[in-house]
Design a protein around this ligand. Structure first.
Ligand code: O7E
Length: 219
């Protein structure tokens, strides 16, 4: 049974806190990204963690040269339990982030920081440039031993292939709900170490708590 990750892409702090508190009974982890952090500030990560007691992962899809990735990772992991980066920038850029995570983990081994790398994205355009190189990116994820990869629920066959290639990495997978991914097919691929990511189908629902409950039960 995979876990449920809430993609909290709302643009208002009050709403973000309200939804994260209401749904926390059913949600295993919260993912926040540019929309909420740019609408508020990076401290929102700590405020949501304090209110919910949940792990918060920052989805900044970091994609820069190693030294810039390092700076972004240091600032982000000061608050967040994990960080999402792009794999297409190559192993040195990803390693720069992993090195920052290792430093934090030496200081606080009980709460290890996670580095999660995007392989192939869930939207249609990802088939143009990302899909042709995604298997190699997934192989790099396995070789580097990143903690997790991102792979698409909108294409369950690709999800399966990427998960197999990335070997020991857990998978966090967006595309169920608003993007139309077939949860039944996704559940044939993912296991208890993995996460199904749901955003709009929960936070835009008139009753986010009920929607989160429904997804948790379906999982
Ligand atoms: O479609 P929704 O509303 O359920 O939200 C999906 C979330 O996953 C949203 O935050 C979006 O930015 C993110 N996402 C994708 O939809 N597709 C991808 O390929 C990758 C991500 C993502 O989160 O990457 C890091 C996990």
């Amino acid at each position: 049974m995979p876990k449920l990750m809430l993609a909290l892409d709302v643009l208002d702090e009050f709403e973000a806190i309200k939804i994260s508190e209401e749904t926390s009974e059913y949600v295993d982890c919260i993912k926040i990204g540019y929309p909420l952090v740019l609408a508020t500030d990076l401290g929102i990560v700590k405020r949501i963690k304090d209110k919910t007691g949940k792990e918060v992962i920052c989805d900044f899809k970091v994609a820069d040269i190693p030294s810039t990735n390092e700076k972004i990772a240091k600032l982000t992991l000061n608050y967040a339990d994990g960080i999402i980066c792009q794999g297409f920038v190559g192993p040195d850029s990803v390693k720069a982030i992993m090195d920052v995570a290792k430093e934090y983990n030496k200081k606080d081994p009980k709460n290890p920081k996670k580095v999660i790398m995007v392989t192939e994205m869930s939207h249609g355009g990802a088939t143009s440039f990302m899909q042709p190189i995604a298997n190699e990116i997934a192989k790099m994820a396995g070789d580097l031993k990143v903690n997790g990869i991102v792979a698409p629920s909108t294409r369950p066959a690709r999800l399966k292939e990427l998960k197999e290639i990335a070997n020991n990495a857990f998978v966090i997978s967006p595309g169920v709900g608003a993007q139309g991914g077939d949860l039944k097919e996704v559940l044939k691929v993912l296991d208890e170490n993995d996460y199904v990511i749901v955003g709009r189908a929960i936070y835009l629902n008139e009753n986010p708590k009920e929607s989160a409950k429904k997804y948790k039960e379906l999982l």
